[in-house]
Design a protein around this ligand. Sequence first.
Ligand SMILES: Nc1ncnc2c1ncn2[C@@H]1O[C@H](COP(=O)(O)OP(=O)(O)OP(=O)(O)O)[C@@H](O)[C@H]1O
Ligand SMILES: [Mg+2]
Length: 310
Amino acid sequence: MIPVLSVQNLTKAYGQKKVVNNVSFSIFSGQIFGFVGPNGAGKSTTIKMITGLIPITEGTVKICGYNISRNFKRAISNVGAVVEMPHLYPYLSGYKNLKIFAGFYGKSAERRIDKIVKLVGMENRIHDKVSTYSLGMKQRLGIAQALLNKPKLLILDEPTNGLDPNGIVEIRNILKVLAEKENMAIIISSHNLAQLEQTCDTIGVISNGRLIENKTMQQIETMVSTKQRVQLLCNYPNYAAMLVNKKYKLKSKVIGNSIYLPLKETNIATVISYLTFKKVKIYGIKKIQKSLEEIYFDLLNNDRPSSSII
Ligand SMILES: Nc1ncnc2c1ncn2[C@@H]1O[C@H](COP(=O)(O)OP(=O)(O)OP(=O)(O)O)[C@@H](O)[C@H]1O
Ligand SMILES: [Mg+2]
């Protein structure tokens, strides 16, 4: 199976500065790829190169096997995209907007308008002027526009920016339907990981133009669980730390009356029995798990190759 999108060693330089630096990843049918990174990381620049909006300095982009630089028309015919803000005519209705854009693709796109309007949940407001729409509605209309040519690859740059939690859930549900029912490959960028984690099955983290992480949600969940710590409140924490270090080679940290251990759930009982046997009194146990958000910030702060963070 060839990937719907294949990005290889993609680089964009402005003068001496590489704002996108040797980025490689692939996306397959039905996959939702979350492209996350702080402001200025290079998300929009990468997306603009993928969609042929700006020239590529180095590397290749292939969409359904077609090279975007060499075979632009063929490649782009498989893409629907909303980059930064959707381009809409505010003084026309949503429907009229869709009709104009469908005109670029021909009759089959026009015939699909009603189905797409339903899919993005805009039936009730589609004949109102776009100038009366909320931000969420404009975003949904933008997605509708991007769906007109029945793309195999949907690219959305920060589609949930500025939306309230309801708006975010609505967009999430639309994307899940598109991936699951239409088998579309989707790339969605955001500077907020929390907004992506429930939508995407793969997450790529970009920082300073480099892709510093590319993992499935499953791998990320494993990563989160391996970062688990157990806090034991006890009478002699330094003694306890020495004991577990000697017996189990566990590196612990002592803060106040607590000792913090990198312990798997299955080993907690063994360690506690041992400490109790050695006359350490345990007054409290607490599991401390790093949130995905904390791991993300660790990643960005370290900004080093992926193998070293687990
Ligand atoms: N035309 C340009 N000339 C010079 N530098 C540019 C140009 N366009 C973008 N940049 C720089 O490239 C870097 C990446 O910008 P980009 O817009 O891709 O970031 P981003 O990840 O999309 O950020 P945001 O979350 O703010 O949208 C930034 O430092 C930006 O200033
Ligand atoms: Mg951007």
